[in-house]
Design a protein around this ligand. Structure first.
Ligand code: GLN
Length: 496
């Protein structure tokens, strides 16, 4: 039999319905692949093979009866930020230790109700804070891609992006058909760009945040990382939807996104914002951007220069708003209610000892910044100001939508970097988010689609930004880019 792990999610779905293989065979193929790769890549922090095979068995019974649900028997990975009933959920922080939730995140539940199979929990930056997956308490994830230098493969370990680095690496290495992920400032799109996968952050409110470990509640959104645009459309369709348990989740019908992908871009107005041509942008990234513009034009779109004048304030404002919300969300980890507890001589001492031992360096940095910008003397100067900037960023986009339907930008300023190259310099790391944070600040949908390889043979992505709740247009335009760029070669299995 051919290697089933190489199939796209859509191909696997069709193969199961056509009875070319069973859900159990498909699941076993992934379990085997994970067993071989995970000691090298560290993409999964918990494998749940028994759970997966039990779900696959149910799927095979339903397939036999002709009662297949939309994702029947399709094995996926679940980011460890999503609570899973009775299954360890840690947000990759020591502070959650051996936490076993008594509830399932709505997004996960939607997927299981649609028939999907969970292979395990995927690694991420601690509490989703990071851009390289190097802040995880379970250690870093290795990008399956390697650089080529001077005609030779260079063995430097590259980061898979973050915070959804386990999700991006697992999809890219064929260790699942697709994965859940979350995006507060770029954590779906940036890892997708660095691993040659497709990642979409939907409009704020499209997916329920219920049961997702909170980082910055006004920015956090769930979405998929998948191998193709079509696969991401299929997954989002079954992750999204109204949930009364999340008051920010919007009661709107979820369209059949898969029907959008083949519609093309004839007559679509594409905006190219001049402010994204940032100082020091590499010629390679700029060339990729120009290629994307040409592809969309060739497919019948019209291209328009636009201005989003407040773009340059987005990153500093994000690094005030996100830490502020993080500091208040993380106040609940007190050693009493969840996970780790380091007993002290009194209650305050217990809080301090628990948080000292339980949080990593980056999380502590954010809690300190967040507490500072929310404190009485500084609230107006920092937090309130950042919120005002946020409104201006949103207004820039609102104005742009009268002239264009979608905005095209690069996803990241550079391709995948090596372990440790940015970890010691928080500012360099924060700059990874320069093209993605505006989208979260404005609550808009954004997709990253693989568009080419760097001179060193590593993937690079283009980002499309859409109007609120217009994910459908993103899938249409992303499919045109995917077609023009051609399917990426899968990274060689150097770990096998
Ligand atoms: N890299 C950004 C941060 O560290 C975004 C993370 C995310 O989207 N979860 O905050």
């Amino acid at each position: 039999m051919t290697d089933l792990t190489k199939l796209t999610l859509a191909e696997a779905r069709d193969g199961l319905v056509a009875k070319k293989f069973s859900a159990t065979e498909l699941t076993q193929a992934f379990i085997k692949a994970i067993d071989a790769a995970n000691p090298h890549l560290n993409a999964y922090v918990l494998m749940t093979p028994e759970h997966a095979l039990a779900q696959a068995k149910t799927s095979d019974e339903r397939l036999a009866k002709g009662e297949a649900r939309p994702l029947e028997g399709l094995p996926i990975g679940n980011k460890d930020l999503f609570c899973t009933y009775g299954i360890r959920t840690t947000a990759c922080s020591r502070i959650l230790d051996d936490f076993k939730p008594r509830y399932e995140a709505t997004v996960g539940q939607n997927l299981w109700d649609a028939g999907a199979v969970m292979l395990g929990k995927l690694n991420n930056d601690e509490f989703a804070m990071g851009s390289s997956n190097e802040t995880s308490a379970f250690g870093p994830v290795v990008n399956p891609w390697r650089r080529t230098r001077g005609g030779k493969v260079d063995n430097t370990k590259l980061v898979p992006g973050g915070s959804s680095g386990g999700s991006s690496a697992a999809v890219s290495a064929n260790l699942c058909l697709g994965a859940t992920a979350t995006d507060t400032g770029g954590s779906i799109r940036q890892p997708a760009a660095l691993t040659g996968t497709v990642g979409i952050k939907p409009t704020y409110g499209r997916c329920s945040r219920w049961g997702i470990v909170a980082f910055a509640s006004s920015l956090d959104q769930a979405g998929p990382i998948a191998k193709t645009v079509r696969d991401s459309a299929i997954m989002l369709r079954h992750m999204a939807g109204y949930d009364p348990k999340d008051s920010t989740c919007v009661d709107m019908p979820v369209p059949d996104y898969e029907a959008e992908v083949a519609r093309g871009v004839k007559g679509l107005r594409v905006g190219v914002p001049k402010e994204y041509r940032v100082d020091g942008m590499s010629a390679e990234v700029d060339a990729l951007w120009q290629k994307g513009i040409a592809w969309l034009k060739d497919a019948g779109a019209t291209i328009h220069d636009i201005s989003l004048p407040h773009t340059k304030y987005a990153l500093p404002a994000y690094y005030i708003v996100a830490p502020a919300e993080c500091s208040s969300n993380l106040a609940r980890y007190d050693g009493v209610r969840y996970g780790l507890r380091v007993p002290g001589k009194d209650l305050i001492d217990t809080y301090e000892a628990t948080r000292e031992a339980g949080f990593g360096k980056e999380v502590k940095r954010r809690v300190l910044i967040g507490t500072y910008v929310l404190s009485a003397g500084y609230y107006d100067a920092y937090y309130l100001k950042a919120q005002k900037v946020r409104t201006l960023i949103k207004r820039d986009f609102d104005n742009a939508w009268s002239d264009v339907d979608v905005v095209l930008t690069p996803t990241t300023p550079s391709p995948a970097f090596g372990f440790g190259e940015k970890a010691g310099d928080p500012i360099a790391m924060y700059l990874e988010d320069i093209f993605t944070v505006t989208v979260n600040m404005a609550g808009l949908p954004g997709i990253s689609v693989p568009a080419g390889l760097s001179g060193e043979g590593t993937p690079m992505g283009l980002q499309l930004i859409g109007k609120p709740f217009d994910e459908g247009t993103l899938f249409r335009a992303a499919q045109v880019i995917e077609n023009a760029a051609g399917r990426f070669p899968v990274p060689s299995k150097w770990w096998a």
